[in-house]
Design a protein around this ligand. Structure first.
Ligand SMILES: Cc1ncc(COP(=O)(O)O)c(C=O)c1O
Length: 390
């Protein structure tokens, strides 16, 4: 290693020490849940300390302030303004608010793919009896969805195009600017599920042109459960009047006026009820680590890890799923296995934490992992294979 590489690695190792889980196990499952850092644990303690010290007075001072700090920090990570960001307890809640804006009688079509995360599909599948016409695009190799399939499927009755930025079962990065372009060409809106990308893949929402983008704290933003984000493009917000809303979406929330509904300015008009403040504290501390390192540096680290993992897995005869250039994969690598659950359980007994999805084991490194972690995971899977457990 050169001197520069040694210094860079020392910096990564300093970050790794912020995550106590690595003192016990080889954690390789960030696409399910990012590891807990000491910073996030301390932030949650700060939240309970304030609750204890100030009671309800914590609300109007530090707690609501923390919500706004979180909004601004997230907005700057994706190249948006705070007015373009709404905060939710889950991606599902954000999708519900967005889905409530449309008149499906005039344009019933929703185009999505078979590679979406189920909650995204359910949002519109459950509306089929009410008139939504769902078009679910197939994926040839279950790795990605061809762009021309979108271009062909989107038509004059398409209300919304829904796509993933990074597919949760393949790790492939989709061209979301192209999806937005195809949607807009036919007068439809474009919503991107970026839960598996924001944090590990740099995104500037203005450059992509997408209308809506959702993500959350669970995975690459290191904030744990209970916090999700919705970006709504400024020009689109003014056209949207969500009907699935709560008092945080009202323009004059603290007037307690129940005679008149008035949308708040900006993306806040999509919000619901009281935010999950413990999760807001956790979310901000997690985001702080991500923004401190920087999305570009995170991506470069991920590319190194994924390249190494693919090579090591191929050399071990494990047949990882890769289609197209390796650098189009984010930090998710899947390997087909007849009994993925048994592999995950056997590895967990050895202190190696990975994940499974139907027919697949799923490996997901992040910046706090090392090349040695990648080798350890591959070797442990290869050994199970030799023992015929895998
Ligand atoms: C791509 C993707 N979208 C959505 C979700 C979940 O969304 P929600 O916050 O509604 O549970 C996940 C994982 O949990 C995911 O991987």
């Amino acid at each position: 290693m050169t001197d520069i590489a040694v210094t860079a690695e020392a910096r990564w190792l300093a970050y790794r020490r912020e995550f106590p889980i690595f003192e016990r196990v080889t954690y390789f499952n960030s696409c399910s849940l990012g590891a807990l850092s000491r910073r996030v644990a301390a932030a949650v303690r700060r939240f309970t300390d304030l609750w204890d010290a100030r009671g309800a007075a914590a609300w109007y001072g530090p707690w609501l302030d923390e919500v706004e700090q979180l909004r601004s920090r997230f907005a700057s990570l994706i190249g948006a303004t705070p007015e373009e960001v709404a905060i939710f307890p889950s991606v599902t809640a954000a999708l519900t608010a967005v889905a409530s804006c449309f008149d499906y009688r005039s344009r019933p079509g929703v185009v999505l793919s078979e590679l979406e995360f189920p909650t995204t599909v359910y949002q519109w599948l459950a509306k089929v009896p009410a008139g939504v016409r769902l078009q679910t695009l197939p994926s040839q190799e279950k790795m990605t969805v061809a762009l021309d399939a979108y271009e062909r499927a989107i038509g004059p009755d398409t209300q919304l195009v829904v796509g993933s930025h990074v597919y949760f079962t393949s790790g492939v990065i989709q061209d979301i600017a192209a999806l937005a372009h195809f949607a807009h060409a036919k007068g439809a809106y474009c919503l991107i599920d970026a839960y598996q990308s924001i944090g590990q893949v740099p995104v500037n929402v203005r450059d992509t042109g997408v209308d809506f983008l959702v993500t959350g704290g669970l995975k690459w933003l290191l904030g744990g459960p209970g916090i999700a984000y919705l970006y709504v493009r400024r020009e689109v917000t003014a056209l949207m009047h969500p009907t699935d809303v709560g008092w945080f979406a009202h323009r004059r929330q603290f007037d307690f006026d129940i005679t008149r509904w008035d949308d708040a300015d900006g993306a806040r008009r999509f919000e619901g009820g009281t935010p999950a403040v413990a999760a807001v504290y956790a979310g901000r501390a997690g985001l702080e680590i991500v923004t401190e390192i920087g999305a570009q540096a995170l991506r470069e680290r991920q590319i190194e890890h994924v390249r190494h993992l693919v090579l090591a897995a191929e050399q071990a005869g494990l047949h990882p799923r890769v289609s197209g250039p390796v650098d189009q994969l984010a930090g998710i690598l899947t390997i087909p296995r007849p009994n993925p659950k048994a592999v995950v359980a056997a590895l967990a007994e050895q202190g190696v934490i990975i994940d499974h999805r139907p027919g697949l084991i799923r490996l997901s490194p992040y910046f706090y992992n090392t090349i040695e972690d990648c080798d350890r995971v591959v070797q442990a899977i290869a050994e199970l294979e030799q023992q015929r457990i895998a």
